[in-house]
Design a protein around this ligand. Structure first.
Ligand SMILES: Nc1ncnc2c1ncn2[C@@H]1O[C@H](COP(=O)(O)OP(=O)(O)OP(=O)(O)O)[C@@H](O)[C@H]1O
Ligand SMILES: Cc1cn([C@H]2C[C@H](O)[C@@H](COP(=O)(O)O)O2)c(=O)[nH]c1=O
Length: 218
């Protein structure tokens, strides 16, 4: 009898502005899903492979030379191409779930919303680099810019993106909220202003929904 391919894994992304709690809550999600038997790959963007992590360092390092918005955008998609081809696609094809800290919605929020680049340009690159690959579900951790930046500052030195003006982060936040409205079927908005226990209570509900969805796929 021919081997049957495993059902394709679920592609989950976590988005939000600086300091809203993505890393902290990805660890909560990872633990919950693994404890419930999910074969999971956790990754992040920019990054997720040795080469893409090198590109991440180039992107986030503070520097005196001004960085052209186009250079930034192309580096982000170069890292993404490497990440998709060597990590994300193979994992999904093996039936593993992929939980990724940021993906292309971050490019719409930061490069289009924050920097003012034309979203059509991002759509072209998205199609070129990703083909049909899109997240199945996106969790948006939404907090006010004041709350997120206070948490980011308490954590330590700020990187090149974190040194932007408050208006930049307001545009990033409103772009994320607009994306969530436009793709409401894919998005789950989590109120990340709350304390950690309350945030994780909201995430618990999403995890149950994800496991139900998994049951349907099996
Ligand atoms: N709900 C919360 N209430 C209070 N503090 C929190 C909460 N969530 C996270 N933190 C703290 O805020 C800081 C930033 O959290 P974390 O690094 O998880 O955010 P992040 O979204 O990954 O940040 P960045 O995108 O800037 O890397 C950490 O010190 C974390 O312990
Ligand atoms: C994927 C992606 C990321 N960025 C920016 C946003 C953040 O400031 C940094 C990554 O650091 P973090 O620890 O995840 O906060 O990169 C971006 O501008 N565009 C993107 O597509």
């Amino acid at each position: 009898m021919p081997n049957q391919a495993p059902p394709r894994g679920l592609f989950i992304t976590v988005e939000g502005g600086e300091g809203v709690g993505k890393s902290t809550n990805i660890e909560y999600l990872r633990r919950y899903l693994v404890e419930h038997g999910v074969d999971l790959v956790v990754s992040r963007e920019p990054g997720g492979t040795a080469m893409a992590e090198d590109i991440r360092q180039v992107l986030i390092s503070s520097r005196t030379e001004p960085v052209a918005a186009m250079t930034e955008l192309l580096l982000i998609f170069a890292a993404r191409a490497q990440h998709i081809e060597t990590v994300i696609e193979p994992a999904l094809a093996r039936g593993q779930w992929v939980l990724c800290d940021r993906f292309t919605d971050a490019t719409y929020a930061y490069q289009a919303g924050g920097r003012g680049m034309d979203p059509e340009l991002i759509r072209h690159l998205e199609q070129l680099v990703q083909g049909d690959l899109r997240p199945d579900i996106t969790l948006l951790l939404d907090a006010t810019v004041a709350v997120g930046m206070e948490r980011a500052r308490d954590r330590g030195a700020l990187d090149r993106f974190e040194q932007e003006q408050l208006e930049f982060f307001e545009r990033v936040r409103s772009t994320y909220l607009q994306l969530a409205r436009e793709s409401s079927g894919r998005y789950r908005i989590i109120d990340a202003n709350q304390d950690l226990a309350q945030v994780q209570q909201q995430l618990h509900g999403v995890c149950e929904e994800l496991l139900d969805c998994w049951g349907v796929r099996q």
